[in-house]
Design a binder for this molecule. Structure first.
Ligand code: ADP
Ligand code: MG
Length: 684
């Protein structure tokens, strides 16, 4: 849209009084451009039809001739019912008008009239909602009329008139926005035409075509930001170019207690390649629970240390930090690589020591929570940050590091597989690596869903498993938004389970315990000193105890599918057959459907896809992590294909050297400046 129309106040449209301008402003319409871009969300069909084939209850518009004088019945002073015979070729029909007796005198026999209303085929009767005499100047009959989302004192009719007026006055000034070659490629109509046609299409098809053109444009600018950001990152080349010998990494991989899957090998190769390049890596690693992301991170950290840099692994919980620290220590020990831990629960003294060691370069790899990126934490030379199982490492965190003079490569790992449809939107600025297979020999987890009255049998099941040497998790009922009640539940269930299993040790884990206590419980569970672990969802992510084969989840319908899948992923990590029991009394079809999905498949990508279907994109990530953009016109699910087109086109565009210099693309670069992509590193 040309800047002119953005600068033009909406009062410039005739008929928009200062009072109306205020009301428009409440809808976010403060300029002529905004008014023209206030697209309808559907159309009302006023095209005149004949009555053949019209279904009962359908809303239609017909044209006919008034055949008889109307007759009116009054109910009180304002309510009325008026009937009138109309000849609508080839039928005589009766029309019913409620509370319109004031029109009585206008309805003269022989008069042509256009009527819109609901058709009752059995009675040959139309209940009139709107009427119009043909040939009037503001006639809407015979057309598709736009329906806008409106509030307050603005009526649909006024809005239609005003947008139409704006199109008449300023429509000719609507400027092109996307490059001509792209518009040509897809045979898009001119922007001017699209803006007109989306408000006033001749038919539904044309409305769709106009919409598609404008959706593309919206997604084009969205993707242009992401792709330009990526291109700039690469061009800037101010990241760390890690120098190491691939052979050293290969040797490390050979020393692992298992053979890597092909997926793991491929992904490690992608990461090593990025590490060597001078640009800043910004890569997302996605893989199902248990796919083996940790060793991929380990290989990347190993290469980083070989290149003389330090690495950091950032995780969401202290339990995970401890666990990762221990496993990295085990893997790195033969190579003399020093692993440190930095969490919120260190004593001041421990914390100071760790920070000093980091600064002096005595620690090569540090594992920690968010405590890692606090202000007083300085590295000697930070080369790689890996974040595990949490929302992405945001631009803000990046700039915290940058301010400290560090510009490390970043690898983000997630076990919530993201359906392609969302990934392209939510992670369009990242390179994505995917672990597509699980390590060989895993037995699929058997999942059952039972109602609460079967608890006895579940207890018997747990007893059998634990008696044969295995261990069990019991996840407690989730009370929405009440950490306190969750804890109480866990305490209750713990008492119940302790009572049921006098012969086993039953542990308890919840978010209000001291970090040291939590660690101690996790360690005891890992060493099989505790056989049954009752827990709130604090164990949800990342915990790895291969001897645990039972996952019992109370109130399973309260959890999202991805979360259930995460929880279930705590078992099935070793050689033994594992089980997941979902205890729930589903109250509705969606709940049943969700449980069914869980019992039917172990495939995280499939579950994510179904989850997205059931919950929609807004809820998919949960509110906090969503970070999904809001589009004016585009729908990220149904317009996915257009999003892909826009991504490919913009990627191609910014890859051409000419894009950064030519006069033709100047408006696009100006847009990037306005969005602060070109000058800074702001994104989000
Ligand atoms: P996640 O991807 O969920 O983080 P982990 O990295 O915790 O998975 O790995 C799950 C388990 O699988 C760990 O016990 C790990 O040692 C093991 N593992 C990883 N890769 C392989 C492999 N290629 N073959 C066999 N076991 C593996
Ligand atoms: Mg993990």
């Amino acid at each position: 849209m040309s800047t002119d129309l953005h600068a033009l106040p909406v009062r410039s449209v005739s008929g928009v009084t200062p009072a109306k301008a205020k009301e428009l402003e409440a809808l976010g319409i403060d300029s002529v451009a905004r008014l023209l871009e206030y697209y309808p969300f559907r159309y009302e069909d006023y095209r005149i039809r004949d009555l053949t084939g019209v279904k009962d209850g359908e809303k239609i518009t017909i044209q006919g001739k008034i055949y008889s004088e109307p007759s009116v019945q009054m109910y009180g002073r304002t309510k009325s019912r008026m009937t009138c015979k109309v000849y609508a070729d080839p039928l005589f029909i009766s029309t019913v008008w409620f509370n319109r007796h004031f029109m009585k005198d206008k309805l003269k026999a022989g008069q042509e009239i256009v009527l819109t209303g609901k058709w009752d085929g059995r009675r040959l009767q139309l209940t009139v909602a709107e009427s119009e005499f043909p040939g009037g100047s503001s006639s809407q009959s015979g057309t598709l009329q736009p329906v806008y989302s409106i509030t307050g004192g603005i009526t649909q009719k006024w809005m239609r008139k005003t947008v139409h007026q704006a199109l008449t006055q300023f429509g000719a000034l609507v400027a092109e926005a996307i490059p001509a070659e792209i518009a040509d490629k897809y045979d898009f109509m001119a922007r001017k035409q699209a803006v007109y046609r989306i408000h006033h299409p001749d038919d539904v098809e044309e409305g769709k075509k106009a919409r598609r053109r404008l959706v593309y444009e919206e997604l084009f600018f969205f993707q242009l930001k992401l792709q330009a950001f990526r291109a700039i990152q690469r061009k800037r080349a101010d990241g760390v170019a890690h120098v190491f010998d691939n052979e050293d990494v290969r040797q490390f991989v050979r020393s692992l207690p298992f053979k890597l899957t092909d997926s793991q090998k491929k992904v490690i190769a992608e990461i090593l390649h990025d590490l060597k390049e001078p640009y800043c890596m910004n890569r997302l690693l996605q893989g199902d629970v248990g796919a083996g992301k940790t060793v991929v991170a380990a290989a990347a950290l190993f290469a980083t240390v070989k290149a003389g840099c330090q690495g950091a692994l950032m995780v969401p919980t202290e339990i995970l930090a401890e666990q990762h620290k221990r496993s990295l220590e085990r893997l790195f020990e033969p190579y003399g690589i020093q692993v440190g831990l930095l969490t919120g629960s260190l004593t001041d003294r421990q914390r100071r020591d760790t920070i000093n060691s980091l600064h002096m370069g005595l620690i090569d790899v540090v594992v920690g929570t968010h405590a890692l990126i606090q202000d007083d934490v300085l590295f000697r030379k930070l080369g790689l940050v890996v974040t595990d199982e949490q929302h992405r490492f945001g631009v803000n965190q990046r700039s915290v590091l940058r301010r400290k003079g560090m510009n490390p490569d970043v690898l983000t790992m997630t076990a919530t597989p993201i359906p392609r449809t969302l990934a392209i939107t939510a992670f369009g600025d990242l390179d994505v690596s995917t672990l597509r297979e699980l390590p060989k020999g895993r037995k699929p987890i058997k999942t059952y869903s039972v109602e609460h009255d079967k608890l006895e049998r579940v207890v018997g099941f747990i007893r059998r498993e634990v008696a044969s040497g295995r261990q069990a998790y019991v996840i407690c009922p989730l009370i929405e938004e009440s950490d306190k009640l969750d804890v109480q539940n866990a305490i209750d269930v713990h008492a119940q389970m302790s009572h049921a299993f006098p012969e086993f040790r039953v542990g308890l884990l919840h978010g209000r315990m001291h970090p040291q206590e939590k660690d101690e419980v996790m360690r005891a569970f890992k060493d099989n000193e505790v056989q049954v672990l009752v827990s709130t969802t604090v164990i949800e992510v990342g915990v790895d105890v291969p001897n645990a084969t039972m996952m019992v989840i109370y109130d399973a319908v309260r959890f999202g599918l991805s979360q259930l899948h995460q929880l279930r992923g705590r078992v099935g990590r070793g050689e033994h057959q594992s089980y997941c029991i979902l205890i729930a009394d589903p109250k509705n079809e969606t709940a049943k459907e969700r449980l069914k999905v869980m019992t039917e498949t172990n495939d995280g990508f499939e579950i994510a896809r179904r989850d997205l279907e059931l919950r929609g994109p807004g809820d998919f990530f949960g509110t906090k992590q969503s970070g999904l953009p809001e589009f004016k016109l585009a729908d990220m699910m149904s317009d996915f294909e257009v999003m892909e087109m826009a991504r490919d086109d913009t990627a191609e565009l910014v890859a051409k050297p000419g894009f950064w210099t030519s006069a033709e693309t100047l408006p696009l670069r100006e847009f990037l400046h306005r969005e602060q992509i070109l000058d800074g590193e702001q994104l989000d």
